[in-house]
Design a protein around this ligand. Structure first.
Ligand SMILES: NC(=O)c1ccc[n+]([C@@H]2O[C@H](COP(=O)([O-])OP(=O)(O)OC[C@H]3O[C@@H](n4cnc5c(N)ncnc54)[C@H](O)[C@@H]3O)[C@@H](O)[C@H]2O)c1
Ligand SMILES: O=CCc1c[nH]cn1
Length: 455
């Protein structure tokens, strides 16, 4: 790929230094970029405001057409986007391609909704009436984490743009590259310049964006500590905020489950994307009667899966791993780790590790496992494996999590809302409900007769 130097908005006038982006597989520097300062951020907001004026006047059908064209281009450029993502993020090309699929699907989905957004007509006495208009918020800011760089940019921008907003997106400084491809694609599809802008930088640049008086909303994906700061800054400006934060999600496996499915999905719930998925089911509660069988099977399948990927005999221990290929010697690797005999009070069970580490915990009864599963400050996701349909729904209803999976884990169809309970955040991405987070409601009250004064 060579080395890139991106300066996105004119010449930097008060930029706060540069950052380097790496290829985790080899450790090489693939991009150097300027972290934008307050003046560039303001210039970007001005550009976005100008674009918003044009875009917000378009009808839903017109916005739909442009989003559909962008979705088509993403499909056409799928391999290129996935390759960039793999180089910069380190995920496998197979997973990166799946991510890109979720992105064009997201654009298609919100394109479909764009044309159907409508208010209500309400009849009042004496022929008077009211109606509601669903209006965009203005310039929205999206701030992303590094684990799903292109997907996060799409999941935030598609509903925002479909609703008629502009968006300024700041990717993580670890993964600054693929969001630029999205900006290029949106422009190619026909969006006005400045409607979707990418701003590079770290915490300081993020703060300038959140604090800008003309920013109407912030949608943030990242860790709980940063989410708290974003919420504080947004509160000062009375700005609505969406927080998509971390988790430590429980996956409950009852003894009556289909063992093969439970084992396969427990692996997916922990080792997808090197374990760096926010909703991973890293606390695996297994009912006592089957814990020995489950532990044996999960290890066997783990060995097989890894052996296939790496072509070698594999450890299951969370050690640093140095590949034999000399090109990969400077990269960042560890072997997947399965911990058994865990207790609820252990740090590995309580805190988000954000790496390939599965903790297996034993339980006896449904009531007990529910109490233990919910005993966390997080509430992003949860899963249950059982053949008992009543129990499946009873448990899903009791789990304190924004997404509950029954007999599956770690699927994120764009049609279903995704987001957290408790400290895992609030607001949603995906699904019809997300348009509520990018629209404001105006009531128009219309008098058809004469009016009196009480004075
Ligand atoms: N719930 C979800 O949908 C979801 C999805 C992906 C990742 N995550 C979570 O993200 C975390 C990992 O991502 P990370 O390490 O990049 O998170 P992070 O909180 O360190 O950084 C996220 C983003 O915030 C920016 N940032 C940092 N400090 C800031 C500040 N003071 N003001 C404004 N912006 C600031 C960073 O530059 C980055 O772009 C994990 O906890 C993971 O669970 C959640
Ligand atoms: O990392 C969390 C976001 C996500 C979950 N599944 C796909 N993307």
């Amino acid at each position: 790929l060579g080395t890139w130097n991106y300066v996105l908005v004119g010449a930097p006038v008060d930029a706060s230094g540069t950052e380097k982006a790496f290829e985790p597989a080899t450790g090489r520097v693939i991009a150097t970029f300027t972290c934008l300062g307050e003046k560039e951020v303001s210039l970007d907001v001005e550009n976005a405001k100008a674009a918003f004026k044009i875009w917000s006047k378009k009808c839903g059908r017109e916005r739909c057409q442009i989003l559909l064209e962008a979705a088509r281009i993403i499909k056409e450029r799928k391999d290129e986007i996935a390759t960039v993502e793999t180089i910069n993020n380190g995920k496998s090309i197979f997973e990166a391609r799946l991510d890109v699929d979720t992105c064009w699907q997201c654009l298609e989905y919100y394109a479909g909704l764009a044309a159907s957004m409508a208010g209500e007509h309400i009849q009042l006495p004496e022929g008077s009436f009211g109606y509601t208009r669903r209006e965009p918020l203005g310039v929205c800011v999206g701030i992303g984490a590094w684990n799903y760089p292109f997907q996060t940019a799409c999941w935030k921008s598609a509903p925002a743009l479909a609703c008629g907003n502009a968006m300024i997106f700041k990717p993580s400084p670890f993964t600054p590259v693929s969001a630029l491809l999205l900006a290029e694609i949106y422009t190619q599809a026909g969006m006005p310049p400045g409607l979707f802008n990418v701003v590079q930088g770290g915490a300081a640049t993020g703060q300038f964006l959140c604090q800008h008086q003309d920013v109407a909303k912030v949608s943030f994906t990242g860790s709980v500590p940063t989410g708290m700061k974003i919420m504080e800054m947004s509160a000062k400006g009375i700005k609505p905020v969406t927080l998509e934060l971390g988790g430590k999600s429980p996956l409950i496996i009852f003894s009556d489950c289909n063992m093969e499915n439970a084992v396969k999905r427990a692996l997916m719930a922990n080792f997808l994307m090197q374990g760096q998925v926010c909703c991973n089911g890293t606390r695996v509660f297994v009912q006592k009667e089957i814990i020995d069988k489950f532990t044996k099977e999960v290890r066997v399948l783990g060995f097989v899966k890894l052996a296939k990927e790496q072509g070698a005999s594999v450890l299951c221990g969370g050690d640093l791993y140095v590949p034999e290929d000399p090109k990969l010697k400077e990269g960042y690797y560890m072997t997947p780790c399965i911990l058994t005999n865990c207790r609820d009070d252990m740090t590995c069970v309580r805190e988000e590790i954000f790496g390939p580490v599965m903790s297996i915990l034993s339980f006896d009864t449904e009531a007990e496992v529910l109490e233990r599963a919910n005993d966390t400050t997080f509430g992003l996701a949860a899963g249950v494996f059982t053949r008992d349909i009543q129990r499946a729904h009873r448990v899903a209803a009791e789990l304190q999590a924004g997404t509950c999976y029954i007999n599956n884990y770690n699927v994120s169809p764009v049609e279903l809302p995704f987001g957290g309970y408790k400290k895992s955040g609030f607001g949603r991405e995906n699904g019809r409900v997300t348009i509520e987070y990018y629209l404001q409601l105006k009531t128009v009250c219309v008098e058809m007769g004469n009016v009196e004064s009480v004075f």
